[in-house]
Design a protein around this ligand. Structure first.
Ligand code: MG
Ligand code: MG
Length: 257
């Protein structure tokens, strides 16, 4: 799979703006993370994230995003078997839920894109293990994001981390370059072969995002036409950071403070 068009090497000025967008995204996600508890609706989380983004002079990146119909919210909130693209609404968070929240904002023309998952108490052993493996697979991938490495080095690090622990990565949704557009090249799958694919260069900004499923790599789209869930109803999790490739260590632009 190769999607190498539209790869943009960012200038120092553009990177400075992406750093601001990244901090805004982190603040929005940290704000909603503190709100997640039984009884809260996903629409309340969405409103709080939008408020942070607009207060910082940015705009939501997902709102109006083209799809089966324009995406109607600031966040995607995906619960339990829902992997990504869950639409916020009147759904109420329940004890034991695994909640995956993805956010994007545009600051002065540049997009940041990041996500996290968490479990509401009482947490099952399976949920805790899934969250740990998914988050650590993101860092295993980021650790390979050095200039001169290839996309396949990053992809295979994620896949090996996840599959060696008995879980699955989706083949149907991938990480991606990010900048003036939310989805730029290169496509960065969560599976692949080391040593293959495009070579990473300093100045690339990539949203790396392992999407992990307990029981199957297969997904299905729910009747709302946006929400993507595991095909077998098993638990899922999703972590994402927007990362800058440098000549040295990769820089996580959406790091939490
Ligand atoms: Mg995202
Ligand atoms: Mg993304």
């Amino acid at each position: 799979m190769a999607w190498h068009r539209n790869i943009v090497i960012k200038t120092p000025e553009e990177i400075a703006l992406m750093r601001v967008a990244g901090r805004i995204n982190a603040e929005a996600l940290q704000t909603v993370q503190r709100m997640v508890r039984p009884g809260v609706t996903t629409a309340e989380l969405d409103a709080a994230a939008e408020e942070v983004i607009r207060k910082r002079g940015a705009v939501p990146a997902f709102l109006g995003y083209p799809g089966p119909y324009p995406y109607p919210a600031t966040l995607t909130v995906s619960i339990n078997d829902e992997l990504v693209h869950g639409i916020p609404g009147e759904r109420v968070i329940q004890p034991g839920d695994v909640v995956s929240i993805d956010c994007g904002n545009i600051y002065k023309g540049f997009v940041a894109d990041s996500a996290f998952s968490m479990v509401v108490e009482p947490a099952s052993e399976e949920a805790l293990r899934l969250l740990e493996v998914t988050e650590q697979s993101l860092y295993a991938g980021i650790a390979k994001m050095h200039a001169g490495n290839r996309v396949g080095d990053v992809s295979s690090a994620i896949q090996r981390y996840v599959e060696s622990r008995g879980f699955h990565v989706t083949r149907e949704y991938t990480g991606h370059g990010v900048g003036r557009e939310m989805h730029e090249g290169p496509m960065v799958p969560n599976y692949g072969r080391a040593g293959r694919g495009l070579r990473l260069r300093a100045g690339m900004t990539i949203a790396l995002e392992p999407m992990v499923l307990v029981g199957t790599p297969r997904t299905r789209v729910l009747p709302d036409q946006w929400t993507v869930a595991s095909a077998d109803g098993s638990l899922t999790a999703h972590f994402e950071h927007t990362v800058l490739v440098t000549e040295g260590e990769p820089e996580i632009l959406t790091a939490w403070t």
